[in-house]
Design a protein around this ligand. Sequence first.
Ligand code: E4P
Length: 217
Amino acid sequence: MKLFIDSGNLKEIESLVPLGIIDGITTNPSLLAKEPGDYREILKKICQIVKGPTSAEVVATDYEGMVREGRDLAGIDPHIVVKVPFTKEGVKACKTLSSEGKRVNVTLCFSPTQALIAAKVGAAYISPFVGRLDDIATSGMSLVQEIVEIYDNYEFKTEVLVASTRGPIHIVEAARLGADICTCPAAVIEAMFKHPLTDIGLEKFLKDWEKSQGVKA
Ligand code: E4P
């Protein structure tokens, strides 16, 4: 399963990419709004650091505006994936942009019917928002399971990009369901590394080694 960072923060991205486990980035207007500076320059820098798919979202809500913004965003760097919200206008824009060879990530997916429609218009990625569904006492992972099953039945090429993740358990569940990608805030990726038994075990190995060296000397 590919791992993306859900962030527009260069420091977070720069600290995680050297680990060699990051395959791409997702941003959204809320994330980029938090970062000072020109969003186009930030997106360009992110692409240069990660050298992988980097989602940048349109803010227009009409078809023409989405297509115009999508073309403009795609022009920033070849790694840019145009993100459009799941609306009728977004679906039309996805069809147009995909037919021009641009990769489109259809975002704000909360149902399997939305995922089916996105695949039919050639979306490169579908982003089910698991955390926001969990927040309203609905299983986000059940949605992922349904989408994976539907896409497998028809061999759709659209990749399932699990979004709105809140903790490492979402990564485990996404991987068990065979999702293609999980995008996570930097803190969630950091948490994947942590296990107290690793820390305790390493401390003991080093102490035992140190003791034995003292005895030998
Ligand atoms: C994904 O593409 C979205 O940017 C993101 O995962 C939304 O997460 P949130 O629900 O935590 O805002």
